[in-house]
Design a protein around this ligand. Structure first.
Ligand SMILES: Nc1ncnc2c1ncn2[C@@H]1O[C@H](COP(=O)(O)O)[C@@H](O)[C@H]1OP(=O)(O)O
Ligand SMILES: [Mg+2]
Ligand SMILES: [Mg+2]
Ligand SMILES: [Mg+2]
Length: 311
């Protein structure tokens, strides 16, 4: 890769390529049928696919960007095993390498960047067979702010030049654009997307106040943001702790690159520096444009905000 291409663009191109490889690992683990499920906590699982995909992504990025901070969801996923050489991906996506880098990101160095890796978002859904909900997330933050990201969907089916294709990779770079999918306008009526596996009474209260025509209950932060980008839902509402920085970094960056917004339920942006606490304690609120976002925020009652903030 040319050293003349700004670091952020090279890193996004590398992230697109390695997310594709990680997606193949996710499919391969499922085809073998040995998921190796570990219970990390209540409603919180890890599989061999989460572990292996994270090893592939972190080893590949660390080999190319040795001084950059990379934070993955899974703790000690390698268990002392060596990484297969074909898991190390070092070429970058050629389309992304052509992107023109926003001026203020041109001089960014590895020390200014924190990469947040969710090797498999939607693990509950993966183990239950809702495979379309599963994504691989790589979020790039610069000086605490998400600026670029990748959402790879390993089980997305499409036809390309008359041939069946499995998997697609959506990317975004703030102030430069998005790719890998066809953006669509939001639906005509208010459709909310929310959790299917992590609900509670406050989550339900925040859905009731929206006065929506439909509520979609699907898995994963990545998949819900894809629904916003593709015009299948208007707003993503999750009034609970549960998501962590690796769940929201890539989706927030891509939504912002598409003109949208992702914050907590109080309307505050999360920060993504290496020392932040991992949990997104005050939930998630997101939309593909400002009008829908402001509408949703205006519907959240103060006592609900207080309940989340004081938990
Ligand atoms: N209570 C929780 N415990 C663990 N992870 C959670 C919890 N709530 C949300 N998450 C993470 O946020 C994602 C989006 O949440 P939801 O699907 O409930 O809307 C989940 O797929 C999961 O990521 P992961 O699957 O990567 O562990
Ligand atoms: Mg998890
Ligand atoms: Mg996740
Ligand atoms: Mg995960």
């Amino acid at each position: 890769m040319s050293a003349n291409i700004p670091l952020v663009v090279r890193l996004l191109a590398s992230s697109v390529s390695v997310a594709n490889r990680a997606g193949k690992i996710v499919r391969d683990v499922m085809s073998k049928g040995e998921l190796g499920i570990v219970e990390k906590g209540k409603d919180d699982y890890q599989t061999e696919a989460d572990r292996s995909a994270q090893r592939c992504i972190i080893a590949s990025l660390a080999a190319q960007y040795p001084t950059m901070t990379i934070i993955g969801e899974e703790d000690n996923p390698d268990n002392g095993q060596e990484i297969p050489s074909d898991w190390i991906v070092v070429e970058g996506d050629s389309e992304v390498l052509q992107l023109s880098c926003p001026h203020h990101l041109k001089g960014i160095q590895e020390k200014d960047i924190v990469v947040w890796v969710d090797p498999l978002d939607g693990t509950s859904e993966y183990t239950q067979g809702f495979l379309e909900h599963v994504t691989v997330l790589i979020g790039i933050s610069v000086n605490e702010e998400p600026v670029a990201g990748v959402i790879h969907q390993p089980y997305y089916k499409s036809m390309v030049d008359g041939e069946k294709r499995m998997g697609r990779t959506i990317w975004g770079l703030k102030e430069a654009g998005v790719g890998g999918f066809t953006p669509a306008p939001p639906p005509d009526s208010l459709i909310i997307t929310t959790t299917r596996s992590h609900s509670n009474p406050i989550v339900e209260k925040a859905l009731q106040v929206m006065d929506a025509s439909q509520i979609l209950r699907v898995g994963g932060a990545g998949y819900k943001v894809l629904q916003l980008l593709e015009g299948k839902a208007s707003v993503y509402v999750f009034a609970s702790a549960g998501c962590k920085k690796w769940d929201t970094c890539a989706p927030e960056a891509i939504l912002a690159a598409a003109g949208g917004k992702l914050t907590d339920i109080l309307g505050n942006f999360y920060k993504y520096g290496s020392s932040v606490t991992r949990p997104n304690k005050t939930g998630v609120l997101a939309a593909v444009n400002n009008e829908l976002y402001e509408y949703a925020l205006s519907r959240i009652p103060q006592e609900l905000k207080d309940a989340l903030a004081n938990k």
